[in-house]
Design a protein around this ligand. Structure first.
Ligand code: NAD
Ligand code: DAU
Length: 338
């Protein structure tokens, strides 16, 4: 199969490229990424010369470019990771979220339809369901939970999900959607909570905790997410949504305390700061459908996964220090000499 992976230079996308090249060496992967601030080709330096992989720089929302890429490459499958993904940035600048997440998705859907792609997969998020109350531990997001978004980010993701489902119903495009909970693991950009707290604690800087720190996120190891998407591509039913999560609910403070303990840093680094606007209280996925229909199960417990992740950030200081210094953005120029 020839697979277009969009956003493959980002956190989950680069883990997916690594996962697929190792698990399915018979497939060919094309990684299309605009290399925004969140895209980092250093994360893929080890596979840059692989025979069945190549990188293309470009914008998913540029319809002409997308059309010509599809006409040239003849993709069998599209997996769309490309997005603006940081909730805080969506609060200060919503426009780029609508452009990339909604219009970019539409450009990919149109090209997938025109050039006969046999599977279009949309990587979505549990944030499209809104949030759950902290005191109702019995409630979980199922695929039937109504969409009820809080931030411009989640609204743009919900908009793109609805477009994807409309292309199935109206045009018969063979689509699937996955909605995953918070990911953690290697190569996550240090604006997101876990690598942000790790890199700041490592440097003895204060840790900004929004509100009370009691908000709950449902953490899943990025490799478990990649395995689930691979399974959906191969066995998922067209037109269906699959929730992905591993029942690993933690308050933000629980996670931050664990990071401080692993790094042997004092709790006095914690600073409670003004809450995020519209801050979702709790996310919790019910993964029964993907477990039942596709036999997916997560391999990582949070306890082993988070320790391995912290060890990875300890061992790969160059990777995140290049981001903090801005050096990572020179890699593309050095690598491609343009
Ligand atoms: P990320 O921000 O780390 O990476 C996004 C990538 O998309 C970057 O490489 C960026 O350069 C690229 N990109 C942005 N705009 C583009 C455009 N117009 N054209 C081409 N490429 C563009 O994001 P991530 O955390 O890896 O998330 C990947 C996907 O998974 C997103 O769709 C996100 O909504 C979804 N998701 C993320 C999580 C999570 O916890 N991180 C959980 C569930 C779902
Ligand atoms: O649930 C899936 C979503 O998870 C993805 O769709 C998003 O792309 C991804 O960014 C993530 O969204 P969150 O908003 O949950 O992740 P973030 O890392 O930004 O924040 C996690 C929690 O930590 C949240 O409750 C806010 C809190 N936080 C975050 C930052 C950056 C802080 O307390 N302080 C901070 O500085």
């Amino acid at each position: 199969m020839k697979i277009l992976v969009t956003g493959g230079a980002g956190f989950i996308g680069c883990n997916f490229v690594h996962y697929m090249l190792e698990k399915h060496p018979e497939d060919e992967i094309v990684n299309l990424d605009l290399l925004t601030y969140a895209g980092n080709l250093e994360s893929l330096a080890d596979v840059a010369d692989a025979k069945n992989y190549h990188f293309v720089k470009g914008d998913i929302a540029d319809m002409e470019f997308i059309d010509s890429l599809f006409s040239k490459e003849h993709f069998d499958v599209v997996v769309n990771f490309a997005a603006e993904t940081h909730v805080d940035r969506s609060i200060t600048d919503p426009g780029v979220f609508v452009r990339t997440n909604v219009m970019g998705t539409q450009a990919l859907l149109d090209a997938s339809r025109k050039y006969g792609v046999v599977r279009y997969h949309q990587v979505s998020t549990d944030e499209v369901y809104g949030d759950l109350p902290l005191e109702r531990k019995d409630l979980f997001f199922t695929e039937e939970t109504p969409l009820h978004t809080s931030s411009p980010y989640s609204a743009s993701k919900a908009g793109s999900d609805l477009l994807v489902l409309s292309y199935f119903r109206t045009f018969g495009l063979p689509v699937t959607i996955s909605r995953c909970s918070n990911n953690y693991g290697a190569y996550q950009f240090p604006e997101k909570m876990i690598p942000l707290m790790f890199t700041r604690a490592f440097n003895d800087e204060t840790l900004p905790v929004y509100g009370t720190g009691e908000n709950v996120r449902d953490w899943l190891h990025v490799k478990d997410h990649c395995a689930a998407i691979d399974l959906i591509l191969r066995k998922g039913r067209e037109g269906e949504v699959y929730n992905i999560g591993g029942h690993n609910e933690k308050t933000n403070l629980e996670v931050i305390h664990l990071i401080l303990k692993e790094l042997n840093k004092p709790e006095s680094l914690i600073r409670f700061v003004e809450d995020r606007k519209g801050h979702d209280l709790r996310y919790a996925i019910d993964p029964a459908k993907i477990e039942r229909e596709l036999g997916w199960k997560p391999e990582y417990t949070f306890e082993t996964g988070i320790r391995q992740t912290i060890a990875w950030y300890m061992e790969h200081r160059d990777w995140w220090q290049h981001i903090l210094s801005g050096d990572y953005q020179n890699y593309f120029k050095k690598m491609y000499k343009i």
